[in-house]
Each structure stands twice: as C-alpha cells, then as structure tokens.
Design a protein around this ligand. Structure first.
Ligand code: CTP
Length: 698
C-alpha cells in the first residue's frame, strides 16, 4: 500500500526524535520514498546523517544550501508529497503550524503542503494537557490535519502520563489505512446538497436559516479526496470549494436546489442531503420592496418540495441515499421516522441538545442510524465527522458492488469456513440419518450464506468450528444440545492463525425436520437453530472486524444484538436467549455497551499491532499486546462485573501464555497480575511459566 508513495517526514526537537529514524526505516522498507525535513533544534537530538543515510536522500533543514546558494523549495515539496508526517511534533512546532509562524523550512513546507498531513505530538504530560496545546491541536484538526494521539506511559521527565509519541509501527499503520481508504470512492459519482436556502419575500428580503454549509462542504471535500466525482449543490454560503475536482452548482431557493438535485441524481451512485432546506416559501414574491405601513403583516407560505423524499422515490437498486436530521427533541425517534419516510439508507442525527453540535460550530456530534442500528460518535471537528460519514457510505457502496457481482464472484463474500461436528454419543438413537442430515444442513447453512458482502481472499476466510453435543433428542425432531463455537483467522498478510472467538453455549433447544432446508428470516425467529447460528456468525464477523480496525464490527454486532433482543421478547416460544446469567444476550449486550469500548479497541491493538508485528519480527509487537492488556484492566476496573474482560482472557489465555513465556520477567509479572486480578482461575497456568525466562524484547 505504501509502495511508491512519496512521504515528507518533518522532525522537530524532541527526545522522541530517535523514533523518526525507525519511522524512516519502516517506510523505506515498505517501498515508500522519504524526504526528511528537520527543524534546526531537532539536530540536537538526532543527526541529519542518520536520517539521510536511512532515507537515501539529503535531509533538508535550511531555506538555502549554504555552499551552492541553491533554494530548497518547500513549494515543490508540497506538490511532490503524497503525505506529510510531522513526528515527533513538539508543542512549539504545533503552535507554529496552527498559527502560520513560518520561521523554519518545516513550517513553510507544511503551509505549502497539498497532501494530507499527519501530526504525532511528543511532549511532557502537562505540556500536552495545557489548554494552549490542546487548542492549537483543535485548530489543526479543524484544518483537516490528522492528529495521531500520543500514548500514555513513562515520559522523558520520568513522569507518567499522556504525551509519548505514538510508536513508529503504529504511525505506519495509520498511514497504510489512510491510503487504503484513499481510493475507496474512485469511479463513484456522488451528489451532495449543502448550506441553507433563501426563500424570497421581496427583492431585498428572504426567509433563511443559520446553516453555514460547513458540514456539506466537508463531506464534498472528503468524497473528492477519496476519488469520487462530486456534484455539490450549494445554497447561499460564503465557503470556498474544498477540492478542485468538485463540480459546484450554486443555487438560492429550495426550488432551484430541487431542480439541480433531481437532474443530477440519475447518474449518481449516492446522494448525501446535508442542506437545511426551507420547508416553506412565501406564496408570492413581491416585485418591489415591501414598504412599511406601520401595521402588522402576514406572509402566506406554501410548502417546498422535499428533495430527499423525491430522490428516495426515484432511487434505483444500488443507489444510496443519506439524509441528516437536526433535532431538538426525541432525536432518535424523529430520525428513524425520516429514515423510513424518505427511503434513506442511513440518516445522520445531530441533536441541538449536544454542546458543540449543529449549525454554529466547527465541531459536530453525530449518530448514524440505519436499519442495522445506531452508531454513536464523540464530538469531533466537522472534517473528522465527514470522514466517519464517508467511511460508512463507502462500506455500503462496496457492499452494493458485491451484491451486483455475478454469482461466480459471490463466493468471495462467504467469509465463514465452518466445520460442524455433531456428537450424539449420549443419545441412544437409531436415527443416524437424521443426525447426518442435520450436520449437512448446518454446514450448508453456514458456508453458503453470504453473511457479509465485503471481499475476502480465500485464505483470509474465518475458520470456525461448531461442535454440537446432543444431550437429548426425541423422534418428533426436538433437540437439546450444548454448543462449542470457536473461530480462528489467518492474520492478514501472514500465515498464522489467531483465535477470534471461543464460547460454550450450554443450553440450546430447537426443532429440526430432516429434508427441511434451514432458512433464516431476520425479522421472524421462527427457527431457533438458524437464529442461534446466525447470531454466532454475526458475533464472529463482528469480533473479526473489530480486530481489523477500530470498532469496525459494530454493524455485524448490532445484527447479533437484534437477534438476541428478538429472542428475548419471544421468550419460550422462540430462542431462549436469557436462560442463564452469562448467556448469549448478556455477552453481546455487554460487549456493545459503551463502557466496554476499551475491550473492543483492544482487539485491534492485540491483533494488528501486536500479533502481526511479532510475526513479522518488527519491534513493538509484544508492547502493543501489553497495551491491550492495560485496556482490558481499565475496562475491568470501570465495570468489574462485566463479563467481557473475563471472556476475552478465557479465549486468549493460551496465546498470551505463549507470547509472554518468551518475554521479560517484568512484562510477565505485570501481565500475570492483570490476568489473575480479572480471572483468578487462570493463575495456575501463569505460575507454570514463572521460572522460565529470558529477557530479550521482541
Ligand atoms: N430535506 C430535503 N428537502 C426538503 C427538506 C429536507 O432534501 N425540502 C432533507 C434534508 O437535507 C435532510 C433531511 O431531508 O437530509 C431531513 O431534513 P429535515 O428538515 O430535518 O426534515 P423535514 O422532513 O423537513 O422535517 P422537520 O419537520 O423536522 O423539518
């Protein structure tokens, strides 16, 4: 992904400057071209010779080459680069970048930069927490820069806190993910409406609203940066077009916006309707300026057309429609009504009750609501919110492409590679044919169903085992079983397997008639068995997606939650989800609970930043896994009765033991402490490795 990419690395005067050397080395190793630009004070911490040797290019520091008088063109660098990373970024450089104080080559390069900029702060905890640093970072975020949050840990001052520059491996990963998303909308045509509309009362007056258009313009910029062909229909706003490739149509009234949108939509793959369209306009517009009479006056209003609803009616298969709902009360309820009424694929809800959200701010706090459920995001800059919304849309567009693919390629969507075993030793029954049928039926159900529609390479499929132990069976077709579900996945780009899921379900009852195909209707859980299987399939996919990206599994986990929710309400007539304390309902409900977000995030740290790096022999792998253990402890401390930290350890314990048996004593002691605090029953296995150590760090 980084092969051939041109990266400018800006290095500033921080103890963490040594990490820049590792960053350069990693990028070069991945095939990137790297140009290092240093601030004068960074030379006190690392020599230009080190960085020029590693990057294979002379390092730039001054405006001119003092020998030849040659000018080092920051303007050319700004055009040359595909990305700029400032790492480490000190408080001083962050301040200069936020305020345009261009007194060194690094800041002038930043100001000339046409490519996306990533900033990895490094400083002492108090400096990082200081309001001036935080407000400068906020300004930089608002300009669309990507801030790579520093980690918490021991700092150069020997104090502990947040301020340590993110590890180079993780920065490379951020960049990798960014470029991966970069072309996600290439070849797509997207219509965006933005800003307010003005409805004329007379030649000098209008009815309008406070919409600034910033959110819609941020969305247009983001779609264009990801390669989409964007048509931006803008109401009256004073904003510059955010990307040269955008086709902008300026309109004033709701009627003009309606016409421009209806014209553009047929050739579009998606439309994002972000404009605050006036619902009403004056029934007549006075030809001349209305004079004051001293009396009161009434303006008769008539309804404007609803653009979203009109496009919703026209929407073809494969086209996607996104709406916004700005609500003052009953947000979710109103938004869901609009979702259905306007035939939208998802709706972005922002509530005026949330501080920092809505028209008047550069920030926004949104939730995305679709048929699948609700995803809530924290308060972010409008540019960052735009990234979240566009990522959500790109995923849907990818799914749409997969659905339209010919059936020969559809196999790529079959993520699960399920093996089913059916142990019926305890049941003395002669009906071996029934059991064979059941086994085949389940295998077929799991392997032939397209659980998600994203692309998977064959060797990337998730290997699952569904092991049913039959406790009782009666010839009328009713079964009682326990089920052991385990899923492992060959990690991307590597060849080893890692456990993504392991759970024993102790009480399952269902009816099964041989020769009946196992079908599943999401809205109607009339078949207990298929509901259970679908539930676990979604759980496994959700876990897996979380391990590949930050909370990427929400969509699938929400599906699992819906199944469990439905089963709860069905009670005995349906799938008995609530029959024990640590049942399926409790697991999924717990896992999706916001307080356990650290547990979900740790999946990513554990798998991508940890196991994968260890496998590739890149340093920092075990450290990432160690960090994920600390996140687990945090989740446990916050909600120690929650089931998840325990469950996570249960299915990762063997892996952890294996990893830390080769770790240093200190690492092992700390992980052992975390593990045994959360689940004392695991202490015996850890004590076994207590004396067998070697202090090398991976
Ligand atoms: N919208 C539109 N055309 C209109 C009105 C609204 O395209 N004439 C779109 C908006 O851009 C937004 C969504 O519909 O994406 C919801 O807008 P909102 O004003 O909240 O919806 P209304 O249906 O007008 O409901 P309300 O009564 O809350 O104003």
């Amino acid at each position: 992904m980084l092969k051939g990419k041109k990266i400018v690395i800006g290095v500033t005067g921080s103890i963490a400057a040594y990490k820049a050397a590792i960053l350069v080395r990693l990028l070069i190793k991945q095939g990137a071209e790297v140009q290092v630009v240093m601030t004068p004070s960074s030379k006190e911490f690392i020599t230009p010779l080190t960085l020029s040797t590693l990057s294979g290019r002379p390092v730039l520091c001054d405006f001119f080459n003092s020998g030849s008088g040659e000018w080092h063109s920051h303007v050319e660098l700004g055009l040359w680069a595909d990305a700029m990373i400032v790492a480490p970024a000190t408080a001083a450089t962050i301040g200069k970048m936020a305020n345009g104080i261009a007194d060194n080559l690094l800041v002038t390069t930043y100001l000339s930069m046409k490519a996306p900029v990533f900033i990895a702060p490094a400083m002492d905890l108090d400096m990082f927490a200081h309001p001036s640093t935080q407000s400068n970072l906020q300004v930089l975020r608002g300009y669309g820069n990507h801030i790579i949050e520093p980690a918490a840990g021991e700092l150069a001052s020997h104090l502990c806190g947040k301020g340590r520059m993110e590890e180079p491996e993780n920065i490379v990963q951020v960049l990798h993910d960014f470029f991966l998303a970069g072309n996600s909308l290439a070849g797509k045509h997207i219509l965006i409406t933005a800003g307010p509309t003005y409805e004329k009362i007379d030649p000098v007056r209008f009815i309008g609203n406070y919409s600034s258009g910033k959110m819609g313009f941020a969305l247009a910029g983001e779609c264009a940066r990801r390669g989409a062909d964007v048509t931006l229909v803008a109401g009256p706003v004073s904003l510059a077009t955010p990307h040269p490739a955008i086709k902008r149509i300026d309109v004033e009234s709701a009627e003009d916006m309606y016409k421009a949108s209806v014209d553009a939509f047929p050739s579009c793959d998606a439309a994002i309707l972000c404009a605050a369209v006036a619902d009403y306009r004056p029934a007549t517009c006075a030809e001349k300026k209305i004079k004051r009479t001293g009396e009161g006056m009434t303006i008769e209003l008539e309804a404007n057309k609803d653009i979203a609803a009109a496009l919703g009616k026209e929407k073809r298969e494969g086209q996607h429609l996104v709406g916004f709902a700005l609500e003052t009360n009953d947000g979710e309820l109103n938004a869901r009504e609009k979702l259905a009424k306007k035939n939208l694929d998802f709706i972005v809800l922002n509530s005026l009750a949330d501080e920092g959200a809505g028209f008047a701010h550069d920030t926004n706090k949104v939730s995305i609501i679709s048929q699948e459920g609700i995803t809530e995001y924290p308060l972010k800059s409008k540019l960052e919110v735009a990234r979240d919304i566009v990522s959500y849309l790109s995923r849907l567009l990818l799914i749409a492409v997969m659905l339209l693919l010919p059936s020969s390629l559809m196999a790529m969507g079959e993520e699960l590679n399920a093996q089913v075993t059916l142990n019926r030793d305890k049941v003395q029954s002669a009906d071996s044919e029934v059991f064979e049928q059941l086994k085949d039926g389940i295998t077929q159900f799991l392997n032939e169903r397209k659980w998600t529609a994203s692309t998977y390479e064959e060797e990337e499929r998730i290997n699952c085992t569904f092991n049913f132990v039959v406790e009782s069976y009666s010839p009328d077709g009713s079964f009682t079983c326990s089920l052991m579900v385990q899923a492992t996945r060959p990690v991307y780009g590597s060849t080893y397997n890692t456990t993504t899921f392991k759970y024993e379900d102790k009480a399952i009852t269902f009816s099964y008639q041989p020769y009946d195909r196992l079908d599943f209707n999401e809205d109607n859980l009339d078949n207990n068995l298929t509901a259970v299987l679908a539930f676990y399939a979604y759980m496994i996919i959700g876990f897996d997606m979380d391990s590949m990206g930050d909370l990427g599994g929400s969509e699938w986990l929400n599906k699992a939650l819906n199944i469990a929710n439905n089963a709860q309400t069905l009670g005995d007539a349906g799938w008995r989800a609530a029959s024990s304390e640590n049942n399926r309902y409790a697991i999924i409900n717990d896992y999706m609970n916001g307080a356990l977000e650290p547990v979900r995030k740790l999946m990513y740290k554990y798998h991508r930043f940890g196991l994968d790096m260890m496998y590739k022999n890149v340093s920092g792998g075990r450290k990432a896994i160690f960090d994920s253990m600390k996140m687990l402890k945090q989740a446990y401390d916050d909600r120690s009765l929650a089931y998840f930290p325990k469950l996570f350890l249960e299915y990762k314990n063997d892996e952890l033991l294996n990893i830390y048996s080769q770790g240093s004593i200190k690492e092992r002691m700390e992980v052992q402490k975390i593990v045994t605090t959360i689940d004392a029953s695991l202490s015996t296995s850890w004590e076994k490795i207590a004396d067998n150590h070697d202090d090398n760090q991976l």
